[in-house]
Design a protein around this ligand. Structure first.
Ligand code: ADP
Ligand code: ZN
Ligand code: ZN
Length: 729
C-alpha cells in the first residue's frame, strides 16, 4: 500500500453539520494552502461545489474515499478574516459550515463559476452618433446622446443621471449611435463634491471615529434628519484617504437610487452597490471587486455583510434597529451582529447609526461596550415636527379617518404642502365579513383572514400568497351583504382621492410598487406640488421628501396590544421614523396621530419624553420579564402537514434538552402552537429556550443537537433553530 495521502475536508451545502472527506483531484497531495479553495466533488449521484475547510491525513487509512473532481480556484477564494468569521458564524448559529459558506457566497460562485472580471461598463457615442445627434427627435435616446456627447459615462453614473437610460442606450446601440465599452473601475472616479460643513456635534462624531484605533463599536444616536449620513460619508472619506475599504449596510428599503447617488457624488471613488435588484452576474462582480480590494466603498443590504474586505477600514450599519437585517429563513444570521463580529476580527471601527436604536444596542452602549455619539438636533435649518394626538373615541370615522384629520390634510394642502397618510396595512380591507351571519373569508391554508383587494373584488392571503376572486354571495347563508371590514391603504387611497379631487393621491406599498425604483417613480409623479401620499412602512425611511409638511398616522391601535414582546419597540420605532419624515425641508412639519387610546402609556411616554424615555421604560420591563437584552433566546420551530408531528418533535427536543441540562440553567417554554398555528397548509409549533447567560444556552445546544438531529421525530417534520430570534412566529 502506498503512503496515505493528505485528504481534503470539504464543507458542502447540505444540511448535515459535518465536513466530507475526499482525495484531492489530480493526484497531488493536499496542503494547508488549499483551505478556502472551491472544489467540485461527487456526492451520491450528484456533483456539488464545496469549499475546502481543512486538509490532513485520513482518520481511517482503510476507508476508500472518492476523489474530488476538479479544483475551481487556483488559490483560496475564502481565507483570512472572512473564512474565520464564517466559521465563527456557523458555530454560533449551530449551522453546517457548508450551508453558511453557501449563504455567504454570491450565487454564481456558489454554482462554481469562475471569479468574474471586475472592469466596469461604460457608454460612449460613436462617430455616427455624434453626427446624428442634432437631428435626433426629442426623448430619452436624445437625452442620453446629449449626456454622452459631453463624455463617456459609466453605467452606475447613468443610473443616477437619467432614469430609464438602459432602454434608451439599447435604442441608440441598435442604430449604431452609441456603444458599450469595458473600462477599468478605477478610471471612473468622479471628482468628490464637498458636503455641508459639519456642525459641532457632527464634527465630534467624525473625529471620534477617525481617532479610533482598531476595533471600536460606536452608536451614532441621532434624531431623524440630524445628519448621520453626513457623518458616515466623512468617516468613509477618512478611511479612503488611507487607501482602505469601507462597507456600509443599509436596510432593504433604504438603498434607494437617491442614497446611492449621494454616496457617489460625495466620495469621489466608484461606489459598489449590492442589493436584491442585481442579477447573479452583477452580484458576483461586486463581490469579486471587493475581494480584489478594488471596490473601495460597498453599500449594500443584509447579505452585503459577507463581502470580502482585504483592506478594511470601517463598517457602517445605518438604521441598525431595522428588522430587515435579520435573515428569516435558511441561515438565520443577523447582519448587524455579524458586522460587529467582522469589525472585531478586522480590527476596524464599526458605526451603528439610528434615531431609534434597538434596545439591544442601547443596552450595550449603557454597559460601556459601545461608545455613544449623539446628534441631538436636526442638521441645517430644519426644525423637529410638532406632534398632536387626535382622540377619536366616539367620533365618526370615514374610511377610518376623523373629520379633524381630514381638515388637517386640507390645511396642509391649502398651504402648498404635501401630506403623508401612514397606515401599516396594505390592501383594501383586512377582512371580508357577512353582515347577516358573521361568516368571514378565511384562507383555506392558513389560520388567518384573507385581505380584501381591488376595491372588494379580490381576496389575497398575505401569509401564503393565495389569491381568489371575492365570492358574490356569502358561502354560508347566501346573503349578498358581504362587507369589507376595516381599512387598508387601498381604501384610504380611494377615499382620499374622493375627498381631495384637486390633488394627486399616490399610494406606496408592496402592492403598488413592486419594482426597485417604484417608490422613486411614484414620488416623481407627485413632484413638488400639493398632493397626498398614502403608504405603509415602505415610506418610513430612505426618501427625503422636502415638500412634506404633514404626516398623519392612522390605525396603530392594534400594535398597542400585540402579544409579541417586541411589538412596543417596533411600534415606537415606526412612529418616530414616520414622524421624522415631516418637515425635513424648509417647511415646518406637523404630525397627527389618530388613536382610540390617547392615554396608552407607550404613546404618553413617547410623546412626552421621546424615544429615549420610551426605551428606558421598556428596558425596565424587559428586565423584569426576563426578556432580551437581559436574556438570550433560541427558538426551535417545527412544521408538518400532520397536526400532531410538530409538537411530538418539540416534546422530544424538550426531553433531550432537559436531560442535557441537569443544572437547569436554560428555561424551556413550550412546546406551544406558533402564533399562526397553520400557514400554507402546514401545522406549526415552537419551543422557546431562554437563558440569562449566552454561554450555557449555546453549550446546551451543542450537547443536545446531535441526538435531536438523529431522532426519529426529526425526520418527520421540517424544523429549524433560530438563534437570537427577532420574530417569535
Ligand atoms: P440623517 O441621516 O440623520 O437622517 P442626513 O445626513 O440625511 O440625516 O441629513 C439630513 C439633511 O440635512 C440632508 O438634506 C443633509 O444634506 C442636511 N445636512 C446634514 N448635515 C448638515 C450640515 N452640517 N449643515 C447643513 N445641512 C446638513
Ligand atoms: Zn352569511
Ligand atoms: Zn394563506
Amino acid at each position: 500500500m502506498t503512503e496515505p495521502q493528505a485528504l481534503l475536508r470539504v464543507a458542502l451545502p447540505v444540511p448535515l453539520p459535518r465536513l466530507f472527506d475526499y482525495r484531492p483531484p489530480e493526484g497531488r497531495p493536499a496542503g494547508a494552502g488549499d483551505i478556502g479553495r472551491r472544489v467540485r466533488v461527487p456526492f451520491g449521484s450528484r456533483e456539488l461545489v464545496g469549499v475546502v475547510a481543512d486538509a490532513g491525513p485520513p482518520e481511517h487509512a482503510d476507508v476508500e474515499l472518492r476523489e474530488a473532481l476538479a479544483w475551481l480556484d487556483p488559490a483560496p477564494l475564502l481565507d483570512g478574516e472572512l473564512l474565520a468569521s464564517l466559521r465563527w458564524l456557523a458555530r454560533y448559529l449551530h449551522a453546517p459550515l457548508g450551508e453558511v459558506l453557501a449563504t455567504a457566497l454570491p450565487a454564481a460562485l456558489r454554482r462554481g463559476e469562475p471569479v468574474p472580471e471586475t472592469h466596469a461598463w461604460a457608454w460612449r457615442l460613436t462617430e455616427a452618433g455624434a453626427t446624428a445627434l442634432p437631428a435626433l427627435r426629442a426623448g430619452r435616446p436624445r437625452a442620453l446622446a446629449e449626456l454622452l456627447a459631453a463624455g463617456t459615462l459609466d453605467e452606475d453614473g447613468l443610473d443616477g443621471r437619467l432614469p430609464g437610460w438602459r432602454a434608451a442606450a439599447r435604442a441608440l446601440a441598435a442604430r449604431g449611435l452609441a456603444e458599450r465599452i469595458a473600462v477599468p473601475a478605477s478610471q471612473l472616479a468622479p471628482a468628490p463634491r464637498p458636503g455641508p460643513p459639519p456642525n459641532p456635534a457632527q464634527r465630534a462624531a467624525i473625529d471620534a471615529v477617525a481617532a479610533a484605533e482598531g476595533f471600536q463599536p460606536f452608536l451614532l444616536d441621532g434624531v431623524t434628519g440630524s445628519g448621520k449620513t453626513e457623518v458616515y460619508l466623512q468617516a468613509i472619506a477618512g478611511v479612503l484617504a488611507e487607501g482602505r475599504q469601507a462597507l456600509a449596510l443599509v436596510p432593504e428599503i433604504g438603498l434607494t437610487p437617491q442614497t446611492l447617488a449621494r454616496f457617489r457624488e460625495r466620495l469621489g471613488v466608484p461606489v459598489h452597490a449590492l442589493h436584491s435588484g442585481l442579477n447573479d452576474a452583477e452580484r458576483a462582480r461586486v463581490w469579486a471587486a471587493a475581494w480584489r480590494g478594488e471596490a473601495r466603498v460597498i453599500v449594500g443590504t443584509r447579505s452585503a455583510v459577507f463581502v470580502p474586505l482585504p483592506r478594511a477600514g470601517l463598517i457602517v450599519v445605518d438604521e441598525e434597529h431595522d428588522g430587515s437585517y435579520k435573515q428569516q429563513d435558511g441561515i438565520r444570521y443577523h447582519a448587524r451582529d455579524f458586522a460587529l463580529v467582522r469589525a472585531r476580527a478586522l480590527g476596524v471601527p464599526a458605526v451603528l447609526g439610528s434615531a431609534t436604536p434597538s434596545l439591544e444596542t442601547l443596552h450595550n452602549a449603557r454597559a460601556g461596550r459601545y461608545a455613544t455619539l449623539r446628534l441631538p438636533q436636526r442638521a441645517g435649518d430644519a426644525r423637529p415636527p410638532a406632534v398632536h394626538v387626535l382622540d377619536v373615541r366616539k367620533r365618526p370615522l370615514e374610511a377610518g379617518l376623523s373629520a379633524e384629520l381630514l381638515a388637517g390634510i386640507g390645511a396642509a394642502l391649502d398651504a402648498g404642502g404635501q401630506a403623508l397618510v401612514f397606515r401599516n396595512r396594505r390592501g383594501y380591507a383586512p377582512v371580508l365579513l357577512c353582515h347577516d351571519c358573521g361568516w368571514s373569508a378565511q384562507c383555506t391554508r392558513c389560520d388567518a383572514p384573507m385581505t380584501v383587494h381591488a376595491g372588494g373584488r379580490r381576496l389575497q392571503c398575505h401569509h401564503c400568497g393565495h389569491r381568489q376572486p371575492a365570492p358574490p354571495a356569502c358561502p354560508d347563508c347566501g346573503s349578498l351583504a358581504l362587507q369589507p371590514q376595516g381599512v387598508g391603504t387601498e381604501r384610504l387611497e380611494e377615499h382620499l382621492a374622493r375627498a381631495f379631487p384637486a390633488v394627486p393621491v399616490v399610494r406606496i406599498d408592496r402592492g403598488s410598487t413592486r419594482r426597485r425604483d417604484g417608490v422613486e417613480r411614484a414620488l416623481r409623479t407627485l413632484g413638488e406640488a400639493p398632493g397626498i401620499l398614502v403608504g405603509t412602512q415602505m415610506l418610513a425611511k430612505g426618501h427625503d421628501l422636502a415638500g412634506l409638511s404633514l404626516v398623519a398616522v392612522v390605525g396603530i391601535d392594534e400594535g398597542l396590544f400585540s402579544a409579541d414582546f417586541r411589538a412596543p419597540e417596533k411600534l415606537a420605532q415606526l412612529l418616530i421614523q414616520v414622524a421624522g419624515r415631516a418637515g425635513r425641508g424648509a417647511r415646518a412639519g406637523q404630525v397627527l396621530l389618530q388613536t382610540h387610546h390617547p392615554g396608552h402609556p407607550l404613546l404618553e411616554t413617547l410623546l412626552q419624553g421621546g424615544y429615549h424615555a420610551f426605551a428606558e421604560a421598556e428596558l425596565l420591563q424587559r428586565e423584569a420579564a426576563g426578556f432580551p437584552p437581559f436574556a438570550h433566546l433560541a427558538l426551535l420551530r417545527a412544521e408538518a402537514a400532520q397536526a400532531e408531528l410538530p409538537a411530538a418533535f418539540l416534546r422530544e427536543a424538550s426531553a433531550l434538552l432537559g436531560e442535557a441540562d441537569p443544572g437547569g440553567r436554560v428555561q424551556r417554554h413550550g412546546p406551544l402552537p406558533a402564533p399562526m398555528p397553520r400557514r400554507a397548509g402546514f401545522h406549526r409549533a415552537q419551543l422557546l429556550l431562554s437563558s440569562a447567560q449566552r454561554g450555557p444556552l449555546h453549550a446546551l445546544l451543542e450537547r443536545a443537537l446531535p441526538a435531536l438531529r438523529a431522532s426519529r421525530e426529526a425526520r418527520r417534520v421540517r424544523w429549524s433553530l433560530d438563534i437570537d430570534p427577532v420574530d417569535l412566529y
